[in-house]
Design a protein around this ligand. Structure first.
Ligand SMILES: [Zn+2]
Length: 248
């Protein structure tokens, strides 16, 4: 059963950067991808994860899917070359309203700026899957039903318009969801959705609140290795039963 990894930004950061803990340095990312290769992990798409959860295929025990939330330029700047070197695929969850029309001239791009339309198309052509991370990155549980619909279905439409292909995957901003929001994601036609509930395994029940493992700035290789262990699963399973009871 596949483990799903969550990354945000790949890049070296200034000490005062506000999302510092969500930035994994290119050197660490490279070491983590190297670890997966050396240990024989098979990197699969979220579609493969879904098909396994639905019982349509069987993945090897060492299967992993890679995801990025927030869709910043850093994915194109640092992650894509490393992923390509290893022949790994990934899914990038993008905030639709933040996608810029153009990069704004010849000035060097800020690595944490949102992706542009052209960059999004490039990532898609390079074989990465583009998913929606909502329209505006607000907490969906704090919105009206209509606003939520716009965040979920509207962002799907916007991204499909840019990419010219269907967008099948959603990631809840701040991991904020409830049963009504799950229903809205399902109704919009997504195949599944990623949460920030931490665990290294899933079941078909979780297709619209997929559990993931968050890789952070201070994730050492030893800790990265632990993310795939039985111990990690047991510890988080117990925590999740308390905190996320109706959903796990
Ligand atoms: Zn986010």
């Amino acid at each position: 059963m596949a483990t799903i990894l969550t990354y945000h930004h790949i890049g070296d950061v200034p000490p005062d950067y506000r999302e510092r803990n969500l930035c994994v340095s290119p050197a660490h990312f490279e070491a983590q991808m190297g670890f997966l290769r050396r240990k024989g992990w098979l990197v699969v798409s979220l579609d493969a994860v879904r098909r396994e959860l639905l019982g349509e295929i069987r993945l090897p025990a060492h299967a992993v899917a890679i995801t990025f939330d927030d869709g910043t330029h850093s994915v194109l700047m640092h992650a894509i070359s490393i992923l390509k070197r290893y022949g790994f695929s990934a899914t990038v969850f993008v905030v639709a309203n933040q996608v810029q029309a153009q990069s704004g001239g010849t000035a060097p791009r800020d690595q944490f700026a949102p992706l542009t339309r052209d960059e999004l198309v490039t990532l898609s052509r390079e074989g990465l899957t583009i998913g929606s991370h909502s329209q505006t990155h607000r907490r969906l549980t704090e919105l009206s039903a209509d606003e939520c619909e716009q965040e979920v279905a509207g962002s799907k439409q916007s991204l499909e318009c840019i990419l010219g292909k269907p967008v099948h995957w959603f990631s809840y901003p701040y991991g904020s969801f409830n049963f009504q929001i799950i229903e809205s994601v399902r109704r919009a036609g997504y195949h599944g959705a990623a949460s920030v509930i931490r665990d290294n395994r899933n079941s078909a029940k979780h297709l619209f609140c997929l559990q993931r493992v968050m890789v952070m700035q201070d994730t050492t290789l030893t800790r990265f290795c632990y993310y795939f262990s039985q111990l990690y699963h047991y510890i988080h399973k117990r925590k999740n039963q308390r905190r996320w009871k109706p959903y796990v």
